[in-house]
Design a protein. Structure first.
Length: 131
């Protein structure tokens, strides 16, 4: 079996920790996603799905636990390092698209690559491949 491309171990997250209105959203969550595996998170509103995705995608940090992407433990890494991994290895497809309506689908794929320093020709070729 292939090593997971994403591994979350013992992930916990609370909002307003220590306050009377503390909300424990995630408690000891474990998740491993293999290459090519498709996973769906289905739960009621407020169950922590978005929080878990934000932690898995390095947009937020867990209060405890570890996040590994492609075998690289990113727990406690700097924002700069997490951003670099997000740019290179993480992608989101949102329930409600966040495309720029004035651009084509190809341009919406090319723009983030250009912001990451990829040459236009390379970004367009990759965009066509993805489409």
């Amino acid at each position: 079996m292939n090593d997971p491309v994403l591994r979350l171990s013992a992930i916990s997250k609370a909002y307003n920790p220590g306050a009377p209105n503390e909300v424990q959203v995630l408690r000891g969550i474990d998740l491993a996603v293999a290459p090519g595996e498709v996973v769906a998170l289905v739960a009621p509103s407020g169950a922590g799905k978005s929080t878990l995705l934000h932690i898995a995608g390095l947009l937020d940090t867990a209060d405890s636990g570890t996040v590994e992407i492609a075998g690289d433990d990113l727990t406690g890494q700097s924002d700069r390092r997490r951003t670099a991994v997000r740019r290179a290895d993480v992608g989101f497809i949102y329930q409600f698209h966040h495309l720029l309506p004035e651009f084509t689908a190809l341009e919406n794929i090319v723009l983030p690559q250009l912001a990451n320093g990829v040459a236009r020709k390379t970004a367009e070729a990759r965009g066509r491949e993805l489409l």
